[in-house]
Design a protein around this ligand. Structure first.
Ligand code: ATP
Ligand code: MG
Length: 432
């Protein structure tokens, strides 16, 4: 699980740090940095996985220069830094290590990376200038002569533009003698591979998916029918002829009462698979006639109930197209599934305890009614001055005061959000 994200010098973030519990709602007004946070997550995960930097930049909705933090006078910072902290499950670490090494690895790991624009003969090129992957919070480590972190991830990678969390086969080969050193890195790499950020668009969700190859759900929701088909194929068994699909159907029909059922219809002539819904009021309809909210809710449920997925699911503005009462139910279901993964046991190996993690960004005051205060963070803008540079507008995360707590300042001096301020947010969000 990703437990902390630090961002410095990317878009609206300077010295930004956010602890990430298993469920987190990030709320804030327009331009408070909610989308930038998801961009930073997508970008940092892509860099950490070793995607081409060009692809990482595109996935963060920018070009290499626009990603760097810009101050009020238009000047730009000269570096971006990110840190991601991971908490790995003891069971997972032990299951992948030889028996005699059970308990050997620390569970807390931290990945740090710094990027700069490096002058080249004709233009500046974005480069990773250093990265480190190392355990933290484990005083007894290292103690038995092993080199930690593994040499390939310790280095400053001046000449490379990809990164080194060690799941790359080539590198595993290079360090074969020391293969154990790669266990935490490969778990983190899996975690990063499965980060899913959804910014759903109904027209994309409604499209049929081509048959014949595995379909993943794209960030905008393309491939939903094929993705659901893949989930069914991965979970089908004698006891569960439709796999986990009945659970998804039960949740969808509970949330969208108008819909009574849906099916995945394979059409070999057209070479595609498409969604077909059954309704209380008429015989049936295809995805392009389904409501936006129905498709969005179904996509979130599919990602939530895909037992192959592990790691962080981030959903941008789940309230879009969803009636407030239904949003409340969707968030409640999501929180419940994050905190209690019992249903998963039927579809996973007995010792697979991989947790789920969900982050939602939202304007909706509904979240204040269903999510406990310690699972919400409010983003707003503050002006940063000093350091001999021009002032900057920066995104800052603010914790919400617990019920009955006298709101003060947190450890970094940021005021905690008081109940009266939340009330103003509620009223403003309702447009009153
Ligand atoms: N490179 C940059 N440097 C500084 N600030 C930036 C940079 N890029 C974007 N921003 C600022 O980020 C803000 C937009 O943030 P973002 O898109 O995350 O808002 P949001 O909270 O998602 O808002 P909405 O609710 O409207 O979607 C803008 O005010 C913009 O000035
Ligand atoms: Mg936004």
């Amino acid at each position: 699980m990703i437990t902390r994200i630090e961002i410095d010098g990317f878009k609206s973030f300077l010295d930004f740090a956010l602890d990430v519990p298993p469920f987190l709602a990030v709320i804030g007004r327009n331009a408070s940095g909610k989308s930038n946070l998801l961009d930073a997550l997508v970008f940092a995960a892509a860099v950490a996985r070793g995607d081409r930097l060009l692809d990482a930049v595109v996935s963060a909705r920018g070009d290499a220069t626009s990603l760097f933090h810009r101050r009020a006078d238009g000047t730009v910072v000269d570096r971006m830094r990110f840190a991601l902290e991971f908490s790995l499950s003891r069971e997972d670490l032990d299951a992948r290590s030889p028996e005699e090494d059970a308990g050997y690895f620390p569970t807390s790991w931290r990945y740090e990376v710094e990027l700069r624009l490096v002058p080249q003969p004709r233009r500046e090129v974005l480069r990773v200038v250093s990265e480190v992957f190392s355990p933290f919070g484990s005083p007894r480590f290292p103690e038995n002569g092993r080199r930690f972190p593994p040499p390939a991830v310790q280095v400053a990678t001046r000449s490379r533009d990809h990164l080194l969390i060690p799941d790359r086969e080539r590198q595993v080969g290079e360090y074969e003698d020391n293969y154990l050193d790669w266990v935490p890195g490969s778990i983190c790499a899996e975690e990063l591979n499965s980060v899913m950020v959804l910014r759903l668009e109904p027209t994309e969700l409604a499209r049929p998916s081509p048959l014949g190859h595995e379909v993943t759900l794209s960030p905008v929701g393309a491939g939903l029918a094929g993705y659901l088909q893949g989930i069914v194929e991965a979970t089908v068994s004698e006891d569960h002829p439709e796999g986990v699909l009945p659970l998804i159907k039960a949740r969808l029909t509970r949330l969208v009462r108008e819909v009574t059922d849906f099916d995945l219809v394979t059409d070999p002539h057209r070479g595609d698979v498409r969604l077909r819904f059954a309704s209380r009021h008429h015989t049936g309809f295809e995805a392009d006639q389904a409501s936006d909210g129905t498709l969005r809710i179904l996509a979130v449920l599919a990602a939530l109930y895909d037992p192959r997925r592990r790691g962080l699911l981030a959903v941008e503005e789940p309230e879009n197209g969803v009636f407030p009462e239904r949003l409340r139910d969707l968030i409640e279901i999501t929180r419940q599934e994050v905190h209690d993964r019992d249903w998963l046991r039927s579809w996973r190996a007995p010792n697979d305890e991989a947790g789920a993690q969900v982050l939602v960004t939202s304007h909706s005051p509904v979240l204040l009614d269903v999510v406990p205060r310690d699972e919400i963070v409010l983003l707003d803008n503050a002006t940063r001055v000093g350091g001999g540079v021009a002032p900057s507008a920066v995104t800052r995360p603010r914790r919400l005061a617990a019920v009955g707590e006298v709101p003060q300042r947190d450890a970094s001096g940021v005021p905690v959000v008081a109940e009266a301020e939340l009330e103003r947010f509620r009223v403003a969000a309702r447009g009153a």
